[in-house]
Design a protein around this ligand. Sequence first.
Ligand SMILES: Cc1cc2nc3c(=O)[nH]c(=O)nc-3n(C[C@H](O)[C@H](O)[C@H](O)COP(=O)(O)OP(=O)(O)OC[C@H]3O[C@@H](n4cnc5c(N)ncnc54)[C@H](O)[C@@H]3O)c2cc1C
Length: 382
Amino acid sequence: MRSCGIAVIGLGLMGSSALYALTRRGADVLGFDPLAVGDARGSSHGSCRIYRRFNFESEAYTELSDRAFKGWQALEKASGRTILKPSRVLEAGPPGSRLVAASRAAAARKGAIGGPATGTDANAAFPAFNLPANWDVVVQGSGGILMAEAAIGAFREGAEGRIVAAAAKMRPTPGGIRITTPDQEVMAEQVIVAAGPWISAFIPGLGRYLTVTRQAVGWFAPAKPETVGYGEFPIFIIEGQGGVIYGFPDFEGRGVKAAQHDHGPIVGADKWSPPARDDELETVRATLARFVPGAAGPVVDRDICLYTNTVKADVRADDGNEFIIDRLPGDRRILVASPCSGHGAKFASAIGAMLSDMALDPEIDAPEAFRLDRFSGFADQR
Ligand SMILES: Cc1cc2nc3c(=O)[nH]c(=O)nc-3n(C[C@H](O)[C@H](O)[C@H](O)COP(=O)(O)OP(=O)(O)OC[C@H]3O[C@@H](n4cnc5c(N)ncnc54)[C@H](O)[C@@H]3O)c2cc1C
């Protein structure tokens, strides 16, 4: 039977980043995933994700964003690929918007505040918008378009020869973790499980703390193409009546990619049926028509992607949608990585490095906010 020091199950953004970091540190590591880069399943597929330095979810993420930024730069240098395309990020909402206030506070803490602050300012700076004059606005200068598939490709290329293109099963034994694929068995000393929406199948008891939701994504032919080009027009996140809608400049000549951040219907990881329907994209369409008329036009392309969301914790209270990165209480040889809830991609270079640190040094643990013992089902096992 083959053996390895560390096995990584799942090579989406998180697992491929961990595999890459471990490979570069000379670890004896093997990665497993049946899907090729570009496959439309899971959470990481598609060309792009938003990179924000300042995160409305929590100010505590700024440091992780900064670490990830350095990681993306290093990956660009090592791979020769474009991974992070610089872009401003505009966030807007009605007066008193909590989303805008939280991003502003995080930016102000780093002295990075300036630019359009109201709907009037934003409409003047970016003619694609038609925001109400009294809306609150914040523009981050240091955001970017994370080229998600390019990043996974670069991570996987950097770990050439260490990837088994097959689905894996895992069984902990006293002598190691037995990994089984249809063709081989591997005994690993440790395992990083980064299986995205499929992760509950690997970790007993985890499923009750996760929901997998169907997220509809559309590309809209811009009504005024000259107003939404890359460089001229920012990434945008709008907190409107229909919820939180985000979108990208038309950087691929494919239209303005836009979607709703609020959770869609709960589905199984293998039980979803693309493409996105018109009714699922209606709120996005209406929001663009009302607030971003330069981008509003017919839907020209569509996609479905899955969010894996955490529920609110019941031991150390949080707001939910927080990442899980931890050693499994009860079996510290197993590292669990579920950093999604629709906002994990931007951090993947830093999270892969964190997982690699944890696998190589048993003294290193993930930040408390990410640990499993915030949930009662895992609290008494540590
Ligand atoms: C529509 C959408 C928009 C998003 N927008 C943003 C954004 O703008 N900014 C941001 O920061 N984040 C965003 N996110 C979140 C981000 O994309 C996720 O946090 C991230 O992709 C999670 O990656 P992952 O590696 O954990 O999961 P996945 O990418 O799902 O990877 C899991 C992998 O595990 C593999 N696997 C499953 N079972 C097995 C098995 N038995 N054996 C081996 N391998 C297995 C799968 O094949 C898959 O490749 C968005 C997500 C979606 C869906």
